[in-house]
Design a protein around this ligand. Structure first.
Ligand SMILES: N[C@@H](CCC(=O)N[C@@H](CS)C(=O)NCC(=O)O)C(=O)O
Length: 315
């Protein structure tokens, strides 16, 4: 775990001292866009882009889901990092296929020699100009959702115009309280910071559970980006966040409505294959030695994600 400072790797953990024990996530450093327009620097082309992901990471998981749902698997290839993120940060088990690099921070400095910032997944790489287009998952999924449609013929829309404001509202609620909320619990270094994050997290989950009692999905009766953004946290919750991040008021399996909703999303074609519980458990329990110094990875829990979800009656 570490960061680049003017292109040089430093092995440092997150600084929570300057924020009273609270974990504050850094903004992503590369924020360009693939655009389906004549004058765009990054145009949608088959085989032009490469995704670097971790199967453990909920943010990277979003991009794998959109790659799958939008028919992009044959157009955008993927490199998966090792689940263990130690003193060199994310590393490749085998040299990655484009340049034979062994560490993700080398991909960042290949894009920008004097880069300063954290070295995170996902990374959308452009082979043509040999640079990082984006390392911000919320923006990569928007590109996948709409900019490659002419190439794939897939017009499924997870951010439809008629629902943008309701989706944005859910995202603005789910991101701080749930997606990042579990990290704010797990990485807090004071009791107060942990309890504040914990209370907000479970209040938010209660609100989502109530909503799902009468709505099939977050934005109503169709699956949108807001659901997939929530899904990647929910699917990790009982396996790692309950124990490792101390999010233990109750499990997702104990929620009357969220559990069925999680199962329904998990059972959508192609989604199970994007979810890897070995990488998920191994990464968190083995890499965060400040939280789990023994690095022992739990065997359980048993997760029931494949039985009937019972959501068909909610319209
Ligand atoms: N804003 C980024 C966050 C990505 C992120 O924080 N990824 C984590 C893995 S779950 C990471 O690579 N962390 C390494 C680090 O912070 O050093 C996104 O959504 O794409």
């Amino acid at each position: 775990m570490g960061k680049l400072v003017e292109g040089v790797w430093h092995d440092v953990w997150y600084d929570t001292k300057s924020s009273n024990g609270k974990f504050v996530r850094e903004d992503a450093g590369f924020r360009s866009w693939v655009k389906n327009s004549q004058d765009a620097q990054f145009q949608p082309e088959s085989g032009r882009y490469h995704l670097y992901v971790s199967l453990a990471c909920p943010w990277a998981h979003r991009t794998l889901i959109f790659r799958k749902l939008k028919g992009l698997t044959e157009h955008i290839d993927v490199t998966v990092v090792c689940p263990d993120m130690m003193d060199q940060g994310w590393t490749f088990g085998m040299p990655e296929p484009l340049y034979g690099l062994t560490q993700l921070h080398q991909v960042y400095t290949k894009a920008k020699l004097d880069y300063t910032g954290r070295v995170t997944v996902p990374v959308l790489w452009d082979k043509k100009t040999q640079t990082i287009v984006s390392n911000e998952s919320s923006e990569i999924i928007r590109m996948f959702n709409s900019e490659f449609n002419d190439l794939t013929g897939n017009n499924d829309d997870y951010y439809p115009e008629s629902l943008t404001s309701v989706i944005d509202e859910w995202n603005q609620f789910v991101y701080p309280n749930i997606n990042n909320g579990v990290y704010r619990c797990g990485f807090a270094t004071t009791q107060e910071a942990y309890e504040e994050a914990y209370d907000k997290l479970f209040a938010a989950l209660d609100k989502v559970d109530d909503h799902l009692a009468t709505h099939r999905y977050l934005a109503g009766n169709q699956i949108t980006e807001a659901d997939w953004r929530l899904f990647t946290t929910l699917v990790r919750f009982d396996a790692v966040y309950v124990g490792h991040f101390k999010c233990n008021k109750q499990r997702i399996a104990d929620y009357k409505h969220i559990q069925g909703y999680l199962k329904e999303l998990y059972q959508i074609e192609g989604i199970k294959e994007t979810t890897d519980f070995y990488h998920i458990k191994r990464h968190y329990y083995f890499s965060h030695t400040g939280i789990n110094p023994t690095q022992v990875v739990p065997k359980g829990p048993y997760l029931d994600l494949e039985s009937a979800h019972g959501r068909d009656t909610i319209l």
